[in-house]
Ligand binder design. Structure first.
Ligand code: CO
Length: 170
């Protein structure tokens, strides 16, 4: 097991659409184990493989930090097959540390993918789980929370973020 480095905005791999996993081999299993360790160490509720530099369609979600008794979810090649409603709530991202913003998401989603054993699973998510599923699948499509903002808000964010990075270096 190993902790992986989490890629931070504006690293290019975060903008890259991740490729489907063709076979869930030992390599994939190893990646999943390391991603779980990395997510827990960072106290995140989700992590996508491209956030740790691997452009493959693998993501994990663990909302048990916020809601008790929720199982860890591993999804390979996930796809949103249905969504309903719209809800706005605060969201952050391990790749944009220290930043929270309100994002509109579907209230309920149905996602189909493979679990770590390669079995097809369907997950229905509402609340935080629905939000996390959409956030992680966005990552696999090369989208960050800032891509879900209005253009004005995004420009404002970029300027402020660049300045904060510069201030850190000085
Ligand atoms: Co994120």
């Amino acid at each position: 097991m190993a902790l992986l480095a989490i890629k931070k905005y504006p690293e290019k791999i975060l903008k890259q659409k991740a490729a489907s996993v063709e076979s869930i081999d030992a390599h994939t299993q190893h990646l999943i184990v390391d991603m779980i360790e990395t997510m827990h160490a960072a106290r995140g509720v989700g992590l996508a493989a491209n956030q740790v530099g691997i452009p493959k369609r693998v993501c994990i979600i663990d909302i048990s930090l916020k809601e008790d008794n929720k199982p860890l979810i591993v999804l390979i090649n996930p796809l949103i097959i249905e969504k309903e409603g719209i809800v706005e709530d605060e969201e952050g991202c391990l790749s944009i540390p220290g930043y929270m913003t309100t994002i509109k998401r579907a209230e309920r989603v149905y996602v189909r993918g493979l679990n770590r054993e390669g079995k097809t699973v369907e997950i229905e998510g509402t609340g935080l789980l629905a939000r996390a599923l959409q956030h992680e699948i966005d990552h696999l499509d090369g989208l960050l929370i800032i891509d879900r903002m209005s253009p004005i808000k995004r420009e404002f964010f970029k300027r402020r973020y660049k300045k904060s990075l510069k201030d850190k270096k000085e």
